[in-house]
Design a protein around this ligand. Structure first.
Ligand code: IDP
Ligand code: MG
Length: 149
């Protein structure tokens, strides 16, 4: 089982797109194990995006992700990293395929609505960074046998 951290960035909340984005993820059949609203502070932003430190867009990225409340979601399941990344689309919405979240709902790389973990290792690490263990509710769903064989 993989876990992925999804962040609905401040523009998703400001634009009233939390519901539509969550609906897409939920309707795919993915299992949510954690979900909350929070305001990311600079320390957490710099840790989460540490891999991008030193890049020209880093300061703007930290400003963006800390500019207002976000919704963070932990999802669990087989291949969730790849499934969620493919639903999210390319980093630059200009290049994101229609049918993806960024390709349907965003226009600018600096306002691309959503974060999703890019590897199983980063998924584990990021879920641990944003959620305390007791906030993660792994549970059985009776519908699961109709979603996975
Ligand atoms: P990802 O979100 O698709 O994984 P990354 O390359 O990990 O993309 O970049 C993290 C975030 O940094 C992007 O989602 C976007 O918000 C921002 N970002 C990346 N490249 C640029 C850029 O060239 N200009 C402005 N922001 C950028
Ligand atoms: Mg990334």
């Amino acid at each position: 089982m993989e876990r992925s951290l999804i962040i609905l960035k401040p523009d998703a909340l400001q634009r009233g797109l939390v519901g539509p984005i969550i609906t897409r993820i939920e309707q795919r059949g993915l299992q949510f194990i954690g979900l909350k609203m929070m305001h990311i502070d600079t320390t957490l932003a710099r840790r989460h995006y540490g891999v991008h430190e030193g890049k020209p867009f880093f300061a703007g990225l930290v400003d963006y992700i800390t500019s207002g409340p976000v919704v963070v979601i932990a999802v669990s399941g087989k291949s969730v990293i790849e499934v969620v990344r493919s639903m999210v689309g390319a980093t630059n919405p200009v290049k994101a395929a229609p049918g993806t979240i960024r390709g349907d709902l965003a226009l600018d790389i600096g306002r691309n609505l959503i974060h999703a973990s890019d590897s199983p290792e980063n998924g584990e690490q990021e879920v641990g960074l944003f959620f305390r263990p007791e906030e993660l509710l792994q549970h059985e769903r009776s519908v699961d046998r109709w979603i996975t064989e």
